[in-house]
Design a protein around this ligand. Structure first.
Ligand code: 2U9
Length: 368
């Protein structure tokens, strides 16, 4: 090595001193770049090995590589020391207030239709009903024939029901269920009475305007037992509606009607009164300050429907009812546009939605 050129040992000492003197991580990184970077001094020295004779390389190589290793190790050790100092300093100076509330995390919200379905399940569970579900694609027999709906009934028409090209074993087109009634048919075919179920879910009809959407949500209820009569039907609906609308002064009116699957059949109206210019369910309706709102359809299950499911109608009777869930949600939560339910507008959900961890409002129960 030429005279005046520092020895490897002197260079090592010099670099170790510089590294030891680095006051923070940024200064240490500057030393790392100055020594080991692409243009660094130690890197430059390593490059000189390429121009040496084999003998020179054998003599100098271990020293130069030793320098590089010593510098690398010193940088690693200084880095760990500086990081530890930094942590000690932060632990000594920073405080953590464990009593502060956690920062709010972004969370989704429960759709009003889902909320109402939860409430329905809870109210009817208190009355001994369980929730039954079934497929949305159904066959003609379960959706129409078993329910005593005649071949000529307008509901079967192509323009009212969504049919598929696929056919069932009898060669009849499969369809999107037009009500949840096939779920009750399936239950009656597979379980022995007594039966107490509600069947909530999506239903489909070829209908679209301000008050109808092609997909809507329905809940139907079915009770099959011995000695069931209209009194059981009225008490059940009254108890349900009082719990759902959280008012004790709900008044019901049963109006004679006609459905193929029930006999006798009744529309169920609920009395409303005007409060601050709005219709509110509950209270004694009089023509000056309220009226009747049609809310449900109901009736005693037709003996032909009971027989179609393989039960003896002389032994088993039952009542059934049906209601639109979207409408229940609109009435309870003051929502006035049906179509907004299905727009998927997050701003709307933020306004009308429910906190995801909310339990249905009626967790106190209605049986007491
Ligand atoms: C079986 C036997 C009887 C279910 C019933 C209604 C009356 C009814 C409508 C209300 C508004 C449908 O959503 S809506 O358009 N439903 O009026 N539904 S009785 O009767 C059944 C169901 C299944 C085996």
């Amino acid at each position: 090595m030429a005279s005046g050129t520092p020895t490897i040992e002197a260079m090592t000492n010099d670099w170790l001193a510089r590294i030891g003197a680095a006051v923070d991580l940024a200064a240490l990184d500057s030393e790392r770049v100055a020594a080991l970077g692409k243009q660094g001094a130690v890197t430059g020295l390593l490059k000189t090995l390429g121009g040496m004779t084999p003998e020179e390389r054998q003599a100098q190589g271990p020293h130069i590589h030793g320098l590089r290793e010593a510098v690398s190790e010193a940088i690693g050790a200084r880095k760990a020391a500086l990081e530890a100092e930094d942590l000690d300093r932060r632990l000594a100076t920073e405080t953590l207030d464990m009593t502060l509330p956690a920062a709010p995390a972004a969370e989704g919200s429960v759709h009003p239709v889902s909320q109402v379905m939860d409430e329905l399940a809870e109210i009817f569970a208190d009355l001994g009903f369980s929730v039954a579900t079934g497929p949305e694609i159904e066959d003609d027999w379960r959706n129409f024939t078993a329910l005593n709906i005649p071949e000529s009934h307008p509901a079967r028409a192509m323009h009212d029901t969504f049919y598929f090209d696929e056919v069932d074993a009898e060669g009849r087109k499969m369809l999107l269920r037009t009500h949840t009634s096939p779920v009750q048919i399936r239950t009656m075919m597979s379980q022995q009475p007594p039966i107490r179920i509600i069947a909530p879910g999506r239903t489909y009809r070829s209908d679209s305007d301000a008050t109808h959407t092609p997909m809507f949500h329905q809940v139907e209820g079915l009770v099959i037992d011995r000695g069931i009569h209209m009194g059981h039907l009225k008490w059940t609906l009254e108890t349900f509606l009082k719990a759902f609308f959280e008012r004790d002064d709900i008044v019901l009116r049963l109006r004679p009607s006609y459905f193929p699957f029930t006999e006798p059949s009744a529309e169920v109206d609920v009395g409303f009164t005007m409060e601050k210019g709005r219709r509110v369910l509950g209270g004694s309706p009089n023509p000056d300050n309220g009226g009747w709102m049609e809310l449900l359809g109901s009736g005693m299950v037709h003996p032909r429907v009971i027989a179609a499911c393989g039960l003896d109608p002389d032994e088993w009777q039952g009542f059934a009812f049906g209601c639109g869930i979207d409408r229940l949600a609109m009435l309870k939560y003051g929502i006035d546009d049906l179509r907004a339910f299905f727009d998927g507008d997050l701003r709307w959900l933020k306004h009308y939605g429910f906190r995801s961890l909310d339990v249905p409002t009626l967790s106190g129960g209605v049986g007491a």
